[in-house]
Write a protein that binds this ligand. Structure first.
Ligand SMILES: [Zn+2]
Length: 184
């Protein structure tokens, strides 16, 4: 009953982690009180507005976007309409490489907020994108005991239902990325 807080129950919320993009965290950034609704929305359904729509549209096509400032050249995430480093409004979308390293994580064993309860345990994480920004996400395809600070990750995309696709991260395979299996 109590102690669930904002869903993730562990990592807390920072500006870099939640904002309007907090869906990929597996509940940590979910808006309290916005559980399932008649439209089939759940806590995993992001609030998408005109400004963030390009980001979600790109994710649905398998591309991870960040914002880069033309004035100071620094990138940021979550997306903002002005640069958080120098306040310039000369900020544009840019496709990120999809590479990242693991900054920190927390394995969530209990989350009463649908649909996260069916996914436990999962690794809510903060990763450092190769371009610099930090991003809240979830690590997939990795056993809990194999998680390591600084481990190399690559983006993957998970369908959340309702046409929404959320970027998650998985370990980069030892042999970098294997080619597509022959005959597949
Ligand atoms: Zn700037």
């Amino acid at each position: 009953m109590s102690g669930r807080g904002d869903g993730g129950g562990s990592t807390g919320r920072t500006g870099a982690a939640s904002g309007r993009m907090g869906v990929a965290s597996g509940g940590t950034g979910a808006t309290p009180g916005r559980a399932a609704s008649p439209a089939g929305r759940t806590a995993a359904t992001p609030d998408i507005d005109d400004f963030t729509r390009p980001w979600w549209d790109a994710a649905a096509e398998g591309r991870l976007l960040i914002r880069r400032c033309a004035a100071c050249r620094r990138a940021h995430h979550y997306p903002r309409e002005f640069c958080p480093h120098c306040w310039s409004e000369e900020v544009r979308w840019e496709r990120a490489s999809g590479r990242a390293t693991l900054y920190t994580w927390s394995v969530v064993h209990r989350n009463d907020l649908p649909p996260f309860g069916a996914r436990t345990p999962y690794a809510a994480a903060v990763v450092d994108l190769a371009e610099g920004p930090r991003m809240m996400t979830e690590i997939v395809e990795c056993a809990e005991e194999d998680l390591r600070i600084g481990m190399e990750l690559e983006v993957a995309f998970r369908e959340e239902g309702g046409g929404v696709v959320v970027p998650v991260f998985r370990p980069v395979p030892e042999a970098d990325r294997p080619a597509r299996p022959p005959g597949a």
